[in-house]
Design a protein around this ligand. Structure first.
Ligand code: NAI
Length: 317
């Protein structure tokens, strides 16, 4: 199917991700059908979309016409057969392989013959999720980052049988909804973004364990050092600018000191066992009592939006 023929988007799962993904397509004029398992979940999703709209309006990232368009372009359904007219179906349901497989087993016979099929899995295998689908050429991983109506990156992950045409069409579609697509050439755990993110996370925990820096200073070093650069330069361009010879010499003595642990981190296990899961339990590496939980989320969202505006204006130049 050609890019211009994609008009109707089906989204399964009206949670955190499905709601935000629905908003971005609806804002651009696509007709969207969101499906979930109960009326309450669908009503909650509509409320969530409204909250996202209000933030975008307040930040002038959305006009009132676009807000109206979002609300009128999204339909809700409890029935998967509502996907029968969709040109692209995005599955954003619970991250359990067997649930995703049984979803697709049912939807493969409902979907149009030429519809594109996508899963928003965070890291499950694209090949395993699509196991039951006979023609996998139009099946792809489409990994939006949370919050999907703000973070620009979308990873398009090729399964073994995904066609180049599918990837090209969906890449263009992502650009139409103002996203920054990257192609993940192999169905590999963590895709690209989470491999980078968790390499830094593993090293942060290693530095903490070795007593080289405090929690605050590790975060600060990332935010004002490498993190300051990363919105402008990726790690490879950073090396080009720093000089590949210099980066080689540093790697030669430094790599052997970096963590190469293959285990999930013990320190996280200890925190989980004591009921400290981070913001959602008000304690993690930091404490979030007396309204600090809401404060930190507000600060994050407002900074993300500022970054997005900077990013948008840089892209227009
Ligand atoms: P969520 O728990 O907020 O929403 C999932 C929704 O799927 C729920 O409303 C649930 O009722 C519904 N659901 C479950 N089984 C279903 C079925 N058979 N048919 C229709 N709906 C069904 O989850 P969230 O966070 O939105 O995640 C969804 C997917 O997106 C997962 O695969 C997750 O790994 C992925 N993802 C999540 C990110 C995050 O930060 N939350 C980031 C990127 C990807």
């Amino acid at each position: 199917m050609k890019l211009d023929s994609i008009k109707r988007i089906g989204i399964a799962g009206a949670g955190t991700m499905g709601s935000g993904i629905a908003l971005i397509f609806a804002k651009k004029g696509y007709k969207v059908t969101v499906m979930d398992l109960s009326i309450t979940l669908l009503e909650d999703s509509r409320k969530l979309v409204d909250i996202f709209n209000q933030t975008l309006l307040a930040e002038e990232l959305m006009t009132s016409d676009e807000e109206e368009r979002v609300m009128s372009n999204i339909e809700y359904s409890l029935d998967k057969s509502a996907f029968k007219d969709c040109d692209l179906i995005i599955e954003a349901i619970v991250e359990k392989l067997e649930v995703k497989q049984s979803f697709w087993k049912e939807v493969k016979s409902i979907a149009k013959k030429d519809a594109y099929l996508a899963t928003n899995t965070s890291g499950l295998s694209i090949n395993s999720i699509s196991e039951d689908i006979v023609d996998k050429t139009r099946f792809v991983g489409m990994h939006f980052w949370n919050p999907p109506h703000i973070v620009p990156l979308v990873e398009l992950i090729k399964g073994d049988e995904t066609s180049d045409e599918t990837v090209e069409v969906l890449k263009s579609l992502m650009k139409r909804i103002d996203k920054e697509p990257v192609i993940v050439q192999k169905d590999t755990p963590g895709f690209i973004g989470n491999r980078l993110q968790f390499a830094a996370f593993r090293e942060a925990l290693h530095i903490l364990k070795e007593g080289v820096g405090t929690v605050e200073d590790i975060d600060k070093a990332m935010r004002f050092g490498p993190g300051f650069r990363y919105p402008v330069l990726g790690p490879l361009e950073t090396a080009d600018l720093g000089g590949l010879d210099t980066f080689y010499y540093i790697s030669a003595y430094l790599f052997k000191n970096l963590s190469d642990s293959k285990e999930a981190p013990e320190i996280l296990k200890e925190k989980i066992d004591s009921g400290n899961l981070g913001v959602k339990t008000k304690e993690g590496f930091y404490e979030y009592f007396d309204g600090q939980d809401e404060e930190v989320i507000k600060r994050r969202d407002s900074m993300f939006i500022k970054m997005l505006k900077l990013n948008n204006s840089a892209e227009k130049k």
